[in-house]
Write a protein that binds this ligand. Sequence first.
Ligand SMILES: C[N+](C)(C)CCCC[C@H](N)C(=O)O
Ligand SMILES: O=C(O)CCC(=O)C(=O)O
Length: 490
Amino acid sequence: MNITRAALIRPAVIQRACRTSLIHLRVERGSLSDVTLGYGYVYGSRMSSWVPQKKQAQKTEPAWKSPDFTIPAEEKDSPILKQFESSPKSRGIAYGAYLNGYLPIKGEKESMGKFSFLKFGRFFLRQKITNTFLIPEDIDVVRIEPNAKDVKIEWTDGHESSYSWDWLTAHHFQSADLKYRRPVKAPLVRGLSKPYKKNEPYPEVNYEEVMSKDSAVLDWLWKIYNSGFCFIDGVPATPEATKSLIERIAFIRHTHYGGFWEFTADLTLKDTAYTNEFLGGHTDNTYFTDPARLQLFHLLSHTDGSGGESLLVDAFAAAKKLRAENRGLFNSLAEEKHSWHASGNEDVCIQPAVRAPVLSAHGDTNAVYQIRWNDYDRAPKSDWSIKQSNTWYKAAKRFNEILSEEHRQIVTQLKPGKALIFDNWRMLHGRSEFTGKRRMCGGYVNNDDFISRLRLLKFGREKVLNSLGTFSRRSSEPRNSTAIEPADIY
Ligand SMILES: C[N+](C)(C)CCCC[C@H](N)C(=O)O
Ligand SMILES: O=C(O)CCC(=O)C(=O)O
């Protein structure tokens, strides 16, 4: 198999690197010329000797990788390659896969069974192709060939791998060498990096900009990530424009309220949102295993009445204050799990697969990463002692007082044309009571789709892919479970 083939099966390479060898990488920053590469094996705990290598001559890229690649005349009638006539890039890649056995040889259309197409398909999908469990347990390295761009390794089973330096530095096992690890400092979960302060101008972006430029989408998402919310000005006051705005981030999360929603105080759905009543600060979807991460509201109209002001409160900042003030109360909100529920509509009684506390701490860092605060939807709890129960209610009462501190209340009157989006894992939202006819529309976006969009825009696909599976911590030692921290960026 030539090296190009190995480069084509990068996912298997990744799997193999993670599974069969411990690569200690000493990379002299910036030079990459002299690399000392040693490796040990997870299996048989054989530590090999260090293998100092010198820089190899840069290999030339295969012709089919160049953007202006054209398929040689004699291959023109390949039934498969014809399918890639549309774009030089896919045509070149297809030809590369063809040369490397991922596509049947010319004229053997019938052999283009599902499997080979699937194999070829996977070539694009960055999914593992190799059967991990067929990798011999006594696998060993035969040859290591580092060069400026990557490291090529030949294994005893004949397989050849190619690892980019970025990928290696992000994935080698030695956590002690964290300084060598360069994962994308991407917000995998979230952080309280820059809470919005009262009287600062509100974070805001422009609709036309967001609809026309990915750079404006990045600015928008980064503002939501850092401040917890963002206004969008210049939005046509129509459901259609609002829906397409949300879809600049990702597809809209569908729930028992529908996908993109328009609502008014008509109790079409049995929830306080569908009334004109006061709604205290709360997060939505506490009853879902995976609460929506973002929520967007856009007031379409409000006639013959007044009120309906919108409230936002940064619950991460409030939790940080509670922790500083009384660690016992903070821990109670972080440890006592509740069975939140949504049971208003006759045909649903929704509860999370795993009961969740008010303050969810991240399993790797113990930093708070998600708030569930909704007294309307909190279910009864009986698996605690009187003492635990009393402590929790005391903690919840104190937390509510902190959340209600005047300087934390971000109160705005939404107007048609200016939408509001916020982080539903961090910010409480609410509404004052109102009179008259008020039409609101909006939608939810999942956490994973929000973070995916944000990371790819901010860091670029190659860097994000190179950091798959890495997780940078403040310290290389996991924190113990009692030291639940306030939300922070990591
Ligand atoms: C769909 N729309 C946003 C209009 C209403 C949703 C109701 C949210 C519910 N009270 C909760 O806390 O999850
Ligand atoms: O009507 C509003 O402004 C907010 C409604 C609300 O809080 C919700 O739908 O969760």
